[in-house]
Design a protein around this ligand. Structure first.
Ligand code: DOR
Ligand code: ZN
Length: 348
């Protein structure tokens, strides 16, 4: 049987939620990943070091029993940037040694982004403090103005927000999260070493047609929304390029089934159940399986200045059916590609 052994990978962009729902999704992530960058967009966002450390404790207490107390999984915490975040908060975050980045949501861009920032220049003192402390800014790279077409939000973000920011604070290290367009790929490739990007499985596997195949497909809806095929191809090329500027970040974002299958369905795709297997499928399709380990296990750690993981995981080439539903607190989630077959399986 064909197998593939990799250094244990890291998920550099993950939504875990909280409480009983978090308990249900943590088993999926910890089966594959040694560490994950934990997004701070809880209903009540994680805006202070104190809150991030309490959230970290809840995550550790919710780990599956068989890995409790083993230090096998490390949550890498982040803060949610608001217009009232202070430079002092940034110093405390860095000093904690447990907070690895600050997330910028443009206000109104996506799930729980109401407390986000309306204009970046309002938070320049905080961004300057981050540059000084070498704490990266993670950007949800989409403008929210109603004059911009939803498919152009990422490209316009580069021009209106990212370029001026990088010119004004060149020392600030930035991760352009979940890139979806050729514009973003080119921009990151041409940018300085302090600029990198995460790539999700859905933006590698699907183009925007997947939103409308035979009817509207709420389980393919996420932000940034899927793009046209030419953009998907550019994102695949970036992932398999071997460039250290691109690394794995699933943006796995669970929502209860009823919140997705609704007249106004939530944005977010749950890929954590079989994320590494999906990435293996994509890299194999491009005949670049040999590039998967660096993308999944090296580039992210190197960017964040973390040691690479020591253990390994092994994947087997084996077709298996992704479940139709998974438990999610009092409800259920429909995982990405529910009911379909996946061609790689992690060896337990
Ligand atoms: O689709 C998304 N869902 N995009 C985001 O940026 C947030 C996420 C969520 O938290 O549900
Ligand atoms: Zn996200």
């Amino acid at each position: 049987m064909k197998t593939l052994t990799l250094t244990r990978p890291d998920d550099m962009h993950l939504h875990l939620r909280d409480g009983a729902q978090m308990r249900d999704v943590l088993a999926d992530t910890t089966r594959q990943f040694a560490r994950a960058i934990i997004m701070p967009n809880l209903k009540s966002p994680v805006v202070s070091t104190g809150q991030a450390l309490k959230y970290r404790k809840r995550i550790i207490e919710s780990l599956p029993e068989h890995i409790q107390g083993k230090g096998d999984f490390k949550p890498l915490m982040t803060l949610y940037l608001t217009e009232t975040t202070s430079a002092e908060e940034i110093r405390q975050a860095k000093q904690s040694g447990l907070i690895h980045a600050v997330k910028y949501y443009p206000a109104g861009a996506t799930t729980n982004s109401e407390s986000g920032v309306t204009a970046l220049d309002k938070v320049y003192p905080v961004l300057e403090a981050m540059a000084k402390q070498n704490l990266p800014l993670l950007v949800h790279g989409e403008v929210t103005s109603s004059d911009v077409d939803i498919f152009d939000r990422e490209a316009v973000f580069i021009e209106r927000q990212l370029c001026p920011l990088m010119e004004d604070i060149p020392e600030l290290r930035i991760v352009f999260e979940h890139i979806t367009t050729k514009d973003a790929v080119d921009f990151v490739n041409e940018g300085p070493g302090g600029l990198a990007a995460t790539i999700t499985p859905q933006h590698l596997l699907l183009n925007r047609n997947a939103l409308f195949i035979g009817g509207i497909r709420p389980h393919h809806f996420c932000m940034p929304v899927l793009k046209a095929e030419a953009h998907r191809c550019a994102v695949v090329d970036a992932a398999i390029s071997g460039s250290p500027k691109f690394f794995l970040g699933t943006d796995s974002a669970p929502h209860a089934r009823e919140a997705k299958e609704s007249a106004c369905g939530c944005a977010g795709i749950y890929s954590a159940h079989n994320a590494i297997e999906l990435y293996a499928e994509i890299f194999e399709k491009s005949a670049c399986l040999d590039k998967l380990e660096a993308f999944a296990s090296h580039h992210g750690a190197d960017f964040y200045g973390l040691p690479r993981n020591e253990g390994t995981i092994t994947l087997e080439k084996k077709s298996w059916q992704i479940p139709e539903t998974l438990a999610f607190g009092e409800s259920i989630i429909i995982p990405f590609r529910a009911g379909e077959h996946c061609q790689w399986k992690i060896k337990q």
